[in-house]
Every structure is written in structure tokens, then in C-alpha cells.
Design a protein around this ligand. Structure first.
Ligand code: CP
Length: 324
């Protein structure tokens, strides 16, 4: 059984195949009838132990567009609040016949545990685990960058070779940053992290990227600037400069955005702290791809579910087969 636990596990060819398949899936989204029969009869369980808006809805839309049955499980209001373990929750899902489990969990490593425990026979997709990884976010981000920086058709079969991507902010707590660093490096991009020294993870020198403490120096050399959410819920107050100081040094406002090359885009995985890491002016500007990233997330997650569960049939038939 195949799983998607970490962006670091993907080869360049794996990643390009997912991005190309996502482009095929996006064609479905452009049609009046947005559904494919590919996963009819299969069941996808969304198992969310942590809050989510985009990822949960996006996986649900992706599975439904592939005609799978979807079960949404949220830890809040379930027997998890009575102390039920991950193992017993997993066994319950297995008994209900899950073919894929999409899991978000506050503990780094929970999706890996689920995939390797032998408790369930389903494919496991990591939808964000603690501060570890969020691989489908990195894939949808790479999809968005490839479309914007290489081109929708011109990008097919291509990676992000030579593109300069800057990731800014609370790297310490960010599974999005970790997944993006690995995937972007695999796709040939040059990645620079910009963060206050207290929000840079220990061991970052082993990551395949540069680290800078000056946003103003890096902006003119960036093709895409990804602003990270400041994760106050995971924050120890001692780690954090004041909000005002943070915004002044690491926030993206209109003046800073003007230092970026004209073609460069601003990204944000959401949810945004408007006024903290990004001003409303930047968030609402046509250079910011945050909403586009959400739309691209559905196509990307369709591609992931299709490749994990869908077998070898072509996802989308664009030309009718020739008569026999
Ligand atoms: N980007 C992201 O993971 O958003 P949610 O927490 O809303 O799923």
C-alpha cells in the first residue's frame, strides 16, 4: 500500500507526475460537470484531530469529484474526547471499510505511525502533523508556482529549476515550511528562509536552503515570497518579538512588496493573520495567490488520491479513442 507521509519522500519524477496529474484534474474543474467516476465504490475518511478549513474541505471536494464516498471525522465531538486512542479510532475506521485515511494530528509522526502500525490496511495521507510536514500543501504551492512562474501548458513535465523562493516568518513551528523546503529543493528551486533568530529551527543548517535575517535584502532576488502564519497557539512567549516588532521587521506591506521583481508573486498557505505577517493591502492585491492556492489544492489533492487509489487508467480522457 502506498502512502503520502512526507514531501521529503518524493523524488523529482514523483513530484512532477503529481503536478502534471493535477493539471489534468484542473481541466475537470473547468468543465460544467466537475466529476470523474474514477474512485466510485471507494471510501475516503478525513480524520482531523486538529482544526482545519482549507485542507479538510479541499480533500472532501477532491474525493467527491472523483466519486469516492467521504466520511468526515473530527476529534471534537467524538470518542477521542473520552480518551479513545489513535489505535482504537483507526480500528473503528478500518471496520467501516476506509480505503484512504487523510489524517491531521497535533503530534508529529502520527500519520507515519498510522501507516506503519499494521492497524489499518488503507492508504494514509498526511494532512499536517504537528510541526513536522504538510506535504499536500507543499504540492499545491509548487503547482501554483509552476503555473505562475513557468506556465500552465509550458510547465507540463517541468520542475522549478532555478526559481528563487523565499519563505518568511515562523519557520520554527511551520510544517508548511519544512515540506516546502524539501519539495522545492527536489524540484530544483533555490530556497531562502527569512525569520527572526528565535523562530529558526535547531538543525536548519542541514536543510537544503539558505537562511537570512533580512527580508529587505532578499525580496529583490525572489520569484515567489511565501509568508507563513505566526502560530501563536504553538508559541512560547519567550520566543516571540512583540507583534509590532515582528510586523516591522518581517511583515510584508505595500512598500516591501514594491521591492519584489514585477513578475514575483506573494503566497500564503492560510489562515492569515492580517496586520501581522501580511497587510490587508498585500493580501488583497492581485499579486497574492492565497485564494488561487486554495483552488489549486482541490486539483492537487485529486491527483494525490487518484495516484494512491486510482490504478492505471488515465485520469481524464481528453480525446475520444479511435474506432476499432
Ligand atoms: N493551509 C492549511 O493547512 O489551512 P487549514 O489549516 O485551514 O487546513
Amino acid at each position: 500500500k502506498r502512502h503520502l507521509i512526507s514531501a521529503a519522500d518524493l523524488t523529482r519524477d514523483d513530484a512532477v507526475l503529481i503536478l502534471d496529474t493535477a493539471e489534468e484534474m484542473a481541466r475537470v474543474a473547468d468543465r460544467p460537470i466537475k466529476k470523474l467516476p474514477t474512485l466510485r465504490g471507494l471510501t475516503v475518511v478525513n480524520l482531523f484531530f486538529e482544526d482545519s478549513t482549507r485542507t479538510r474541505i479541499s480533500f472532501e471536494a477532491a474525493a467527491k469529484r472523483l466519486s469516492a464516498d467521504v466520511i468526515n471525522f473530527s476529534a471534537k465531538g467524538s470518542s477521542v474526547s473520552k480518551g479513545e486512542s489513535l489505535k482504537d479510532t483507526a480500528l473503528t475506521l478500518e471496520a467501516m471499510g476506509a480505503d484512504a485515511v487523510v489524517i491531521r494530528h497535533h503530534a508529529s509522526g502520527a500519520p507515519y505511525r498510522l501507516a506503519t502500525s499494521g492497524w489499518i490496511d488503507s492508504a494514509v495521507v498526511n494532512a499536517g502533523d504537528g510541526t513536522h510536514e504538510h506535504p499536500t500543501q507543499a504540492l499545491l504551492d509548487a503547482f501554483t508556482m509552476r503555473r505562475r512562474l513557468v506556465g500552465r501548458d509550458a510547465g507540463l513535465g517541468k520542475d522549478l529549476g532555478g526559481r528563487r523562493i523565499t519563505i518568511v516568518g515562523d519557520v520554527l513551528h511551520s510544517r508548511v515550511a519544512r515540506s516546502n523546503v524539501h519539495l522545492l529543493h527536489t524540484l530544483g528551486a533555490e530556497v531562502t528562509l527569512v525569520a527572526p533568530p528565535t523562530l529558526v529551527p535547531i538543525g536548519v543548517e542541514t536543510w537544503p536552503c539558505e537562511v537570512s535575517y533580512s527580508l529587505d535584502d532578499v525580496l529583490p532576488k525572489s520569484d515567489a515570497v511565501m509568508m507563513l502564519r505566526v502560530q501563536r497557539e504553538r508559541m512560547n512567549a519567550a520566543f516571540f518579538p512583540t507583534e509590532r516588532e515582528y510586523s516591522r521587521r518581517y511583515g510584508l506591506d505595500g512598500d516591501r512588496m514594491a521591492k519584489m521583481p514585477e513578475h514575483a508573486i506573494v503566497m500564503h498557505p492560510g489562515p492569515m493573520n492580517r496586520g501581522m505577517e501580511i497587510t490587508a493591502q498585500v493580501a488583497d492585491s492581485d499579486r497574492c495567490t492565497a485564494v488561487e492556492q486554495v483552488a489549486n489544492g482541490v486539483s492537487t489533492r485529486m491527483a494525490v488520491l487518484y495516484l494512491l487509489l486510482g490504478g492505471s487508467e488515465p485520469a481524464v480522457t481528453t480525446t475520444p479513442a479511435a474506432p476499432a
